[in-house]
Design a protein around this ligand. Structure first.
Ligand code: GLC
Length: 496
């Protein structure tokens, strides 16, 4: 009878959830586990699949730059380079009370932001987790839910008298999906991303849909700006750190915004806006290389994710990078090794064979497991998947997670480099405000982006520095609502 080691303990996940670990690590003769050598051989294969050389990165940057230019040139391009009608940088002097509703990929957030000027603000907020059903049910119903949450928030958080009888509070609506805009308070949803599929919404003006819900639920708020999370992040970050030139979100989705000279946006020449004016561009770069798949190094796992997604062919760049997909990439590799009879022979594997069962949060936990025995990985596999692992297997999972995470960070560096190089920011350098669960919670993600920038640009790559951005979807949205109010009071571009 082979001996077995038992142990128990607990690990606290970044989410605050406590993972109890009751471990029975059986000796390798007990279950037919793969040998250390077999795992090392497999690792080499995956390492070469997920590794991006500096040369390949530079090629991607060049193609990316051309794509950004094409999006500014003509409407309806794959990467749509959306003019946001957010004109220029904030002065830091914007003041007032603003409501913000943020419909993100995972949560709905409702905020009251008080801008105090001098780059200072105060924020009160509530968060609601969206269910998978809500993401797929009728669009108007989703906006009704947003309106109801906002109403509850106003009733419970605003002191009586804050909203005077018959008055409406200005509201910034952060709707982080690609919307074609021809003014700041309207936008037609081009397509859902991040797994959303609510019918009767694509092709519709989502600002008007939300207005209808606000009216229906008698919410004392007036939608004054429809913004993307990246644009909000750009403006909020510049409000507190004026060196910011680019904003990037690495969360459930992945996207960037930056400030462009209107004269360099040929597709809006007809609007008669001053060529020298600045306007924020929401790149929607997650769509880079969609449909054609000419430039990105897609593995067969990436292809499976794409084919099985609700939007095959779309968001090709995002599907290699964002938090929605990284765990799934790792899971698909594990499933391949199960099918090949390498992993978990004689064990019941159905739990890990469920699509999206391996959350991206696990990936970062696997990589950062500080214990010699890799206890965190033992915990994840026993607790969530009822699977026994050997140390060699756990080391393999950790290394694999690292390759998948590193590829995502290096591809992100390619996107940032494309904007930097297009705008000529390399010599003087610039700050990149970054936000999202991946950037904030994945250990080493930022370092790898920086390392990637140096691989692309050499030493000068050090001039480009990402930092944890200010809350764009809440604070940024309020500042934009404030900027828009001031612009309109000055009578500037009243139709926009
Ligand atoms: C997706 C959305 C985009 C958003 C990004 C980050 O790419 O299409 O609008 O900015 O996710 O949330």
């Amino acid at each position: 009878m082979p001996s077995s080691r038992r142990g128990s303990g607990s690990v606290t996940l970044p989410t605050g959830q406590v993972l109890a670990i009751h471990t029975r690590t059986q000796d390798e003769e007990d279950l037919p586990h793969a040998t250390k050598k077999t795992m090392a051989d497999h690792l080499r294969k995956y390492e070469s699949l997920f590794t991006l050389t500096p040369q390949r990165m530079r090629m991607i940057v060049e193609a990316f730059k051309d794509t950004l230019e094409a999006g500014l040139e003509k409407p309806k391009q794959t990467v749509p380079m959306i003019p946001t009608f957010v004109f220029g940088w904030p002065t830091g002097k914007e003041t007032g009370d603003f409501l913000a509703v943020d419909l993100g990929g995972t949560n709905l957030r409702v905020c009251l932001v008080t801008l105090q000027g001098d780059g200072k603000f105060e924020i009160t907020q509530s968060k609601y987790r969206l269910t998978e059903e809500q993401k797929q049910e009728d669009g108007q119903k989703l906006f009704d839910f947003c309106a109801e949450c906002l109403k509850t928030f106003i009733t419970t958080n605003l002191e009586e008298g804050t909203v005077k009888e018959g008055e409406l509070l200005p509201l910034g609506f952060t709707f982080s999906y690609p919307c074609e805009q021809d003014k700041i308070d309207h936008g037609r949803l081009i397509r859902w991303t991040k797994g959303f599929g609510a019918p009767n919404t694509e092709g519709h003006d989502v600002a008007d849909m939300f207005r209808a819900s606000l009216k229906k639920h008698n919410v004392p708020a007036e939608l004054t700006a429809l913004i993307n999370d990246t644009t909000g992040t750009l403006i909020a970050s510049a409000y507190v750190n004026p060196a910011t030139k680019i904003a990037v979100i690495f969360g459930t989705g992945c996207n960037a915004a930056y400030m462009e000279r209107v004269g360099d946006i040929p597709k809006i020449k007809n609007l008669g806006i001053d060529d020298q004016a600045d306007m924020a561009i929401n790149c929607e770069w997650g769509a880079f290389d969609s449909f054609e798949h000419e430039h990105l190094p897609r593995t067969k796992y990436d292809q499976i994710i794409d084919e099985k997604s609700n939007k095959p062919g779309e968001q090709a760049f995002e599907k290699l990078i964002s938090g929605r997909y990284l765990g799934e990439i790792l899971r698909l590799v594990i499933c391949e090794l199960i099918d090949e009879g390498v992993l978990f022979l004689g064990q019941e594997t159905y739990k890990i064979e469920i699509p999206y069962a391996l959350d991206t949060a696990f990936l970062s936990l696997m990589e950062s497991d500080p214990t010699e025995e890799l206890l965190m990985i033992i915990g994840i596999f026993t607790h969530f998947f009822a699977l026994e692992t050997t140390l060699a297997e756990r080391q393999f999972f950790r290394a694999l997670a690292k390759h998948v995470g590193r590829r995502a960070a290096r591809l992100s560096a390619c996107g940032i480099a494309a904007i930097v190089s297009k705008m000529g920011y390399l010599e003087e350098g610039c700050a990149v405000g970054a936000d999202g669960s991946l950037y904030n919670k994945y250990p080493g993600f930022a370092d790898r982006v920086h390392e990637g920038l140096q691989d692309i640009f050499g030493d000068k790559g050090r001039n480009i520095v990402t930092y944890h951005a200010e809350d764009g979807s809440g604070v940024g949205s309020a500042i934009i609502a404030g900027m828009t109010k001031i612009r309109k009071e000055k009578g500037l571009y009243l139709n926009c």
